[in-house]
Design a protein around this ligand. Structure first.
Ligand code: NAD
Length: 473
């Protein structure tokens, strides 16, 4: 990425820079401006909508096999350019490069290939009870994505929408506009016709709102905060535009007494701290047996100290900076409030790391909080985990389900049947047993219940989101 570059909007294959306010992109490790973008106003959004609408009929007529082949070729492009794309994400938001390679390069490649295969296997038409059901492309899709796993979030939406025969207007986070340009360029190089995928850059308040309010949109696929999700679905409702909402989480890691504690605690803490805790499915609550709390806290302290905090471009770094100083202030605020509400520090300080460059905070684990504490109930989106103790399996399940969110959960147990018995009672979109990883299952449906949103991404469920059903008889 060139210094002080400007990330353009891309419409019908044309690069353009909005006339609106300039938005700086700040590297959270060096605290320097690495470039920026400019707000695409209503005029550019309308142009993108026109391009996507004009391209819609021809694209929906392209055979599924040919649409899937474009995903495969895009996967090859991303694979070839993987290290550069991962480095862009590291510059934009501070993700450690080793994690960026795994989640913003390797994972998108696997999702593209898996979605192409899911489309080839998808039952686009079937006969039921004397009539035929066809899955039709929904039409023009708005894809609105966050900064925390930026390339993965774009690919999860765009790959499914395109292979379903929809055209797309993408609005990435204003904090990560450069990787979005690289993704669109990969689709272009793979032969995607102009106008099928368009990119508008800018903030949610201006560019995002204009996009999701556009008449003629068939579907809004949104990933982000609960607050923005409520606004987005409200704006879309004016035009009766359907939404998929992938929102926040407060995911529990339930550790059963017979689990291998060293493995379970290390694994659950790693899931809590991945991407400095800036993951929607981070296990930010550890639900542990009361009788083993002392032993578990010892393991937590050992594991927390083993994280390598530092330059995110160093391959050995396992904990990078938070994505911005604003995010750091917010997370520190939550940790300090928790200590004010009676919380006890098991690891970390709940404060910014002294003397380090960048927006760093060491892993912070807090025990003894009441179930009503904000740090127990609200998404913090930082390296802060709370411990909740239980005395029976019944209580473990009740604590795990006592949340306004329902995105994901982990269960750690000595045996698969015991873990399955708990998993069957968790009201969440995904349960991972004994260290299973979301990223190893690129077709497993991803999404939540309650305030975590509705609808699913990935695999055949993700493709179906972008279709409408027609019955013919
Ligand atoms: P955010 O809600 O601030 O922004 C997300 C996107 O929405 C950005 O592109 C933003 O510009 C846009 N936006 C904001 N307000 C808008 C509006 N009024 N109209 C249209 N667009 C608008 O979230 P963020 O800070 O970028 O990301 C962090 C949040 O995303 C966390 O809450 C996290 O849990 C959530 N998230 C969820 C998932 C999931 O799949 N469930 C995955 C990753 C992140």
């Amino acid at each position: 990425m060139a210094e002080q570059a400007t990330a353009p909007s891309i419409i019908d294959g044309h690069r353009m820079v909005g006339a609106g306010e300039r938005i700086d992109v700040v590297n959270p490790y060096s605290d320097s401006i690495i470039g920026g973008t400019a707000e695409a106003g209503a005029d550019i959004v309308a142009r993108a909508m026109r391009a996507a609408t004009s391209a819609s009929a021809a694209w929906s007529d392209v055979p599924v096999a040919d649409r899937a082949a474009i995903l495969d070729r895009t996967a090859q492009q991303l694979e070839d350019n993987g290290p550069a794309i991962a480095a862009t994400v590291t510059d934009e938001m501070g993700m450690p490069i080793t994690l960026a390679l795994a989640t913003q390069s390797d994972l998108p490649v696997r999702v593209l290939r898996a979605t192409a295969q899911a489309a080839r296997d998808f039952e686009w038409s079937r006969h039921v009870d004397g009539h035929r059901l066809d899955h039709m492309p929904a039409g023009v899709v708005a894809a609105v994505t966050p900064w925390n796993m930026p390339v993965h979030q774009i690919i999860a939406k765009v790959s499914a929408a395109l292979v379903a025969g929809c055209t797309v207007v993408l609005k990435p986070s204003e904090a990560t506009p450069f990787d979005a340009v690289e993704v669109v360029e990969a689709f272009e190089a793979a032969g995607l016709p102009s106008g099928v995928l368009n990119l508008v850059q800018g903030t949610g308040a201006v560019t995002g709102s204009a996009l999701v309010s556009s008449p003629g949109l068939a579907h809004v696929s949104f990933t982000g905060s609960v607050v923005a999700g409520r606004v987005v679905s409200g704006l879309a409702a004016h035009n009766l535009t359907r939404c998929t909402l992938e929102l926040g989480g407060k995911s529990p890691a339930v550790i059963l007494p017979d689990a291998d504690l060293d493995v379970a605690v290390a694994g659950a803490l790693k899931s809590a701290l991945v991407n400095s805790g800036q993951a929607c499915n981070a296990t930010s609550r550890m639900v542990i047996p009361a009788e083993l709390a002392g032993e578990i806290e010892d393991v937590i302290r050992r594991c927390a100290e083993s994280f390598v905090v530092g330059d995110p471009h160093d391959p050995s770094t396992t904990l990078g900076p938070l994505a911005s100083s604003r995010q750091l202030d917010r997370v520190v605020g939550y940790a300090q409030a928790a200590l004010g509400e009676g919380g006890r520090l098991v690891a970390g300080t709940g404060k910014p790391e002294p003397g380090s460059p960048g927006c760093f905070m060491a892993p912070t684990v807090i025990a003894d909080l009441p179930a009503t504490a904000r740090a127990v109930r609200e998404e913090i989106f930082g390296p802060v985990t709370v411990l909740q103790t239980y005395r029976s399996t019944e209580e473990a399940v009740a604590l795990a389900n006592d949340s306004d969110f329902g995105l994901s959960a982990e269960v750690w147990a000595g045996s698969r049947p015991a873990a399955e018995a708990v998993a069957a009672r968790l009201n969440v979109g995904q349960v991972k047993i004994n260290g299973a990883r979301t990223r190893e299952h690129p077709t497993a449906p991803f999404g939540g219940v309650k305030n975590s949103g509705y609808g699913r991404e990935l695999g055949s469920a993700g493709i179906a989101e972008f279709t409408e059903i027609r019955a013919v008889f």
